[in-house]
Design a protein around this ligand. Sequence first.
Ligand code: ADP
Length: 173
Amino acid sequence: MQEDRIEIVEGDITRQAVDAIVNAANTTLLGGGGVDGAIHRAAGPELLEECRGIGGCPTGQARITKGYRLPAKWVIHTVGPVWRDGNHHEEVLLSSCYQSCFAVAEEHGIRSIAFPSISTGAYGFPMERAARIAVRETRAFLENDKQFEKVLLVCFGRGAWEIHRNAMSENKG
Ligand code: ADP
């Protein structure tokens, strides 16, 4: 059952013991604030070094690195859209982030993954809408997947957790 493999958790993504955590990065992949800063601090300087060698990532796509000092073996860096007004492909690009992360994860035999709420911090994407996309894309992926054991949607704070719980109870298949 796909629903059993989705978990909404409140916490810090850098502490999650999963095969891969997802980073909400920017197109340079050279570090930033928010979850990106937290991941680089926890992983150590080798992460930035590996990111430098990648040479950036376009919005909506994903790139993988090792996790270094993190409990997670891998970091999948994806670049969410900056929210403008909803008429600049923001929803399609955010969906593409989730799809790209799952594709990269599959290629690497990853069986558990933790996502932050991509684009909902500095990039200003409304969290209710972002949470619906996160849940929809996760369900769509798991529907055709047998390999994954767990997908965590990691919420930073109680308010974020409640928004994601609500998104999970909407449109239940
Ligand atoms: P973006 O630039 O994609 O908006 P941010 O890092 O600014 O990325 O924010 C994305 C989301 O990650 C926000 O909802 C923010 O509250 C959350 N966040 C920040 N730090 C952490 C963390 N350590 N663990 C999990 N989520 C985090």
